[in-house]
Write a protein that binds this ligand. Structure first.
Ligand code: BES
Ligand code: ZN
Length: 936
């Protein structure tokens, strides 16, 4: 029986305030039951008057019965007198609660009452004797649980051996709020504690956890117990354990850390690349952060059922197979880059996230924004040939796409319940976070940025930080102690390298960075010329709302950014800098400059619009001498121009004129950027019924990019960048029905079929070749068969994409059914499959109907705020562009209102479609006119 003391504390902003008030000691409650006790705590966040110090956790997972029994003894420190210990637990059967004093003597000779508050995923243990402030105690609980069929908590995974036998394993994924599903705990990032874990298993299995095994005891003939070394102080969400029958390869870093890669036995050959990358990356970070990795070992393990890409558990990083395994025979250049990036991301978390953790989930970007940004710093330094910097631009584009809709949010946003916390793992925390850091690094210089973050990491090691702590560490202020130790504080001469300080401008880093992290949106800087002055004006860039709309003024009100502006002109090769802190401003330029390009190399997080013929001058420059600008600048101009179309500041004709130089372009990134916009228009038109216009655009694209298409060879040769270009260009050419492309692809597919799948195709083109082959029945069936027997997940992904491109709706339905069943197509791949079907013009409707029809099951399998659920909503509707489709979405969201209202993703999807509808209404005619005059 429980009685919930639900007050309205939660929801109000007071929920954010730390509370150290404890409920009054309630003496005299009957210990015979919980009947006259009511749950003592009404907030989502735990009270702060009890702090966990050390967990002794013992687990016995049964991989046959799919259940777990366990016990936990938590050493706690009491900060204020109380009778209650409140902590998290979800779905656990708790028995035998006891409290012991610091000498391990029982405080009560009876089993203590445990009250449950399922809504808050909390339990409260009542102790008849007051727990006194300043004292330490032990809370001991026994519990039982199921090995869950979902992708978080302690969950079941399985794989098939070559001989068809199914093997079961158990693995964990706790971030952000699922540790409480595996054991009772204080499941908040600021409650850092040490963990001593032991796990029982059968002799044919191995057990892994964050720390190495200290000893193994044989309890019975068929029961072993592994005791792991005590961990460092860390948050609950980083605890991990796996019981499986995997094999591993190992090596040691230069500072002596043992690194191992684990995978299913038959995939062990695919682990070597990851081992090389992990060793190199750990060495790199130890130097870059000037802090040794503190654990003796680091394991990286490929889990066959994994919802996201990877998870940075300290010392035991779990990965989806495609994020860790590299198969030289079937992995493409992009697959290899992805593995490198994911390893770099998760290892960066060992410092940003694990060593120093955000105080609360509202500042998740301190984990994820940094890890995303460190991907680029690390991979660029270690594997320059992978040209990872070319992908950084995509981070900027993704962030702008999200941030230019009103449904965006500030980087730091309130998040209280598990759904809201889950939803923090989004483009804003990751990509905008990384963009803002990139801008800051350019602003401060590499040296100052690096020494600032090193200081931050040292100062907050094994503890938690707020945004302000980061700004303080980065700002040019040294405490006396720091300065004299000379260690982590940069000297005056280094600070002078800061171009802005050098220019004598006043800088208030906190004020500046607050404008990027505490307010949502992306600024648009409009530039015009007046003699020797460059006039500047900033506003919030909004894609789905026009200035003529009555809400425009409200949406602009109060928005102001401190923009570290940079620009180049026709008369100087140096970069000019200016910190713009007001709505309007101006800077000096020489009268004779012909063109000005603002936001050099796209290092700043802002868009630019050029008035007074500024765009014409740049269009002219690109046609005459495009290499006068860097490839980033060219890409930025293309991106900018196409963004402005939606707002009416630039016509579609002007944007298409700007990219008219592209036949001269040889760099992958601007080429793909220009191609990408035309492709996106094509994809949207293809799903409507205007066949004539669709055909015209198709002809235009093929004609316009003829040069680059014809240049491509059907091989894996060349640099990573060239290979990337080839794979994208040929995929589009075949998709658009370019006859020479289809011919080669068909021939290659036939050869592959005839070889019974033994022929190696160029890895970068496999997906394209399969997609062409999948258009006939026999080809499609052969691919499905290969999918079922393949042992390479990257290969399977390519096959899935090809099968999902079939124009036959019965085949698409078959795929959706297979994904729903979760056997041939695993549930972990469901959202990807649905996305693949949705982007197919024949599949868009099917995919959306599938989501609507199976919503209940989907939400049960993947949590409400999870990446999969959000992806299902956003990806199936991404290309809707009619008012009817918008209305259909609205009515579905209304029918699931209780869930929909908790999600940002529904509003993001609606905003996006509103933008598409507006685009169609405003630009379809103009596009038709332009094509009519240019494609005769
Ligand atoms: N900490 C996250 C894992 C995670 C994701 C936890 C979502 C909870 C919800 C991890 O570091 C991460 O960011 N993983 C990425 C892959 C990475 C390369 C961007 C992912 O899973 O998508
Ligand atoms: Zn991450």
């Amino acid at each position: 029986m429980l009685s919930l003391l639900q007050t309205s504390v939660f929801r109000s902003s007071s929920a954010h305030q730390a509370s150290t008030t404890s409920p009054h000691p309630t003496g005299g409650a009957s210990s015979s039951g919980t009947a006259d006790l009511s749950f003592p705590w009404s907030r989502q966040r735990l009270p702060k008057y009890i702090v966990p110090l050390h967990y002794h956790l013992q687990l016995h997972p049964n991989l046959t019965a799919l259940s777990v029994t366990g016990s936990v003894r938590i050493q706690i420190e009491v900060k204020s007198d109380t009778n209650w210990v409140v902590l998290h637990s979800k779905g656990l059967q708790i028995s035998n609660a006891t409290l012991l004093d610091h000498k391990l003597a029982h405080l009560s000779d009876q089993v203590l009452p445990v009250l449950h508050h399922p809504g808050h995923e909390q339990v409260a243990v009542f102790c008849p004797r007051v727990l006194s402030s300043g004292q330490k105690y032990f809370l001991q609980l026994q519990f039982g649980a199921e090995l869950t069929e979902v992708f978080n908590g302690f969950y079941k995974s399985s794989y098939k051996t070559g001989s068809g036998e199914t093997r079961v394993l158990a693995s964990t994924h706790f971030e952000p709020t699922s540790a409480r599903k595996a054991f009772p705990c204080f499941d908040e990032p600021s409650f850092k504690a040490n963990y001593t874990i032991s796990i029982r298993r059968s002799p044919e299995h191995i057990a892994l956890s964050n720390m190495p095994i200290e000893k193994t005891v044989r309890l019975k003939v068929d029961l072993m117990e592994d005791h792991f070394a005590t961990s460092v102080k860390m948050s609950t969400y980083l605890v991990a354990f796996v019981v499986c029958d995997f094999r591993s390869v190992s090596a040691t870093t230069s500072s002596g850390v043992q690194v191992s890669i684990y995978a299913a036995p038959e995939k062990i050959e695919q682990t070597h690349y990851a081992l090389e990358v992990a060793i190199k990356t750990l060495d790199f970070y130890e130097k870059y952060f000037n802090i040794y990795y503190p654990l003796p070992k680091q394991d990286l393990i490929a889990i066959p059922d994994f919802e996201s890409g990877a998870m940075e558990n300290w010392g035991l990083i779990t990965y989806r197979e495609t994020s860790l395994l590299y198969d030289p025979l079937t992995s493409s250049a992009t697959d290899k880059l992805w593995v490198t990036i994911v390893i770099a991301h998760e290892l960066a978390h060992q410092w940003f996230g694990n060593l120093v953790t955000m105080v609360w989930w509202n500042d998740l970007w301190l984990n994820e924004g940094f890890a995303r940004y460190m991907e680029y710093i690390a991979v660029e330094a270690m594997y320059p040939e992978l040209r990872v910097e070319e992908y950084l631009l995509n981070t900027y584009f993704a962030a702008v796409a999200r941030d230019s809709l009103n449904s965006s949010r500030p980087i730091s946003s309130p998040a209280e319940n598990p759904t809201q916390i889950e939803e923090m793992f989004d483009i804003v925390s990751y990509d905008k976070g990384a963009c803002v850091l990139h801008m800051l690094r350019h602003f401060l210089t590499d040296e100052v940025f690096q020494s600032g973050i090193v200081r931050y990491l040292h100062k907050f090691s094994y503890s938690n930080a707020h945004n302000q702590d980061l700004w303080d560490s980065l700002a040019n202020t040294c405490s006396g102690d720091d300065f004299t130790s000379g260690k982590f504080c940069y000297s005056g001469s280094q600070a002078a390298k800061n171009a802005y300080l050098f220019a004598g401008e006043h800088m208030n880093l906190t004020a500046m960075m607050n404008t990027w992290t505490l307010q949502k949106g992306v600024p648009l800087v409009t530039v015009s010329r007046k003699g020797s002055r460059l006039l500047l004006r900033q506003e919030r860039f909004l894609k789905a709302v026009l200035p003529s709309n009555p809400v425009w003024a409200t949406l602009q009100h109060g928005y102001l950014w401190h923009i570290p502006l940079t620009f180049k002109t026709s008369t100087s090769s140096t970069v000019h800098r200016h910190l713009m802190v007001t709505k309007t401003d101006s800077v000096h330029v020489e009268e004779e400059v012909r063109w000005v390009k603002v936001n050099t190399d796209m290092a700043g997080y802002y868009l630019v619009h050029y008035e007074d013929g500024g765009w014409d001058q740049l269009t002219h420059l690109l046609r005459e001498n495009h290499t006068a600008l860097s490839y980033q600048d060219r890409t930025h101009l293309i991106h900018n121009a196409f963004q402005l179309i939606v707002t009416g500041k630039l016509s579609i004709g002007e944007a298409l004129d700007l990219i008219s130089y592209l036949p001269l372009e040889t760099h992958t990134v601007p080429l793909l950027e220009g191609l990408g916009f035309l492709e996106a228009y094509y994809k949207m038109l293809e799903k409507r019924t205007d066949h004539d216009l669709t055909l015209k655009l198709r002809t235009h694209i093929l004609r316009f990019f003829r040069g680059v298409i014809d240049q491509q060879t059907w091989s894996d040769q060349g640099s990573v960048s060239e290979r990337h270009l080839r794979s994208e260009v040929l995929s589009l050419a075949c998709d658009l029905g370019h006859a020479p492309c289809l011919q080669v692809a068909n021939q290659s597919f036939e050869d592959w079929l005839r070889s019974k799948g033994t022929l190696s195709l160029p890895t970068d083109l496999t997906e394209t070749i399969y997609s062409v082959g999948a258009q006939d029945d026999q080809g499609w069936e052969a691919l499905l068969h290969t999918y079922t027997v393949s042992h390479s997940e990257t290969h399977k992904r390519k096959i899935l994409s090809a099968m999902g491109s079939s124009r036959d709706t019965s085949k698409l339905n078959r795929l959706l059914e297979l994904a729903l069943k979760g056997e041939v197509i695993r549930h972990q791949d469901l959202s990807t499959l649905v996305y693949m079907v949705a982007r197919n013009p024949q599949g868009q409707r099917l995919a959306w109907d599938f989501v609507k029809k199976n919503w209940g099951m989907l939400v049960q399998k993947f949590q409400l705020g999870s990446f999969c659920i959000r992806s299902l909503i956003v990806s199936t509707t991404a290309q809707f562009s009619s008012p009817e489709e918008l209305a259909d979405m609205q009515s579905f969201f209304k029918s699931i209102e209780e869930q929909a209202s908790q999600l940002r993703a529904t509003q993001i999807a609606l905003d996006n479609v509103e933008k598409n509808v507006m685009w169609m209404q405003r630009n379809l005619g103009a596009l038709r006119d332009w094509l009519n005059t240019h494609t005769q």
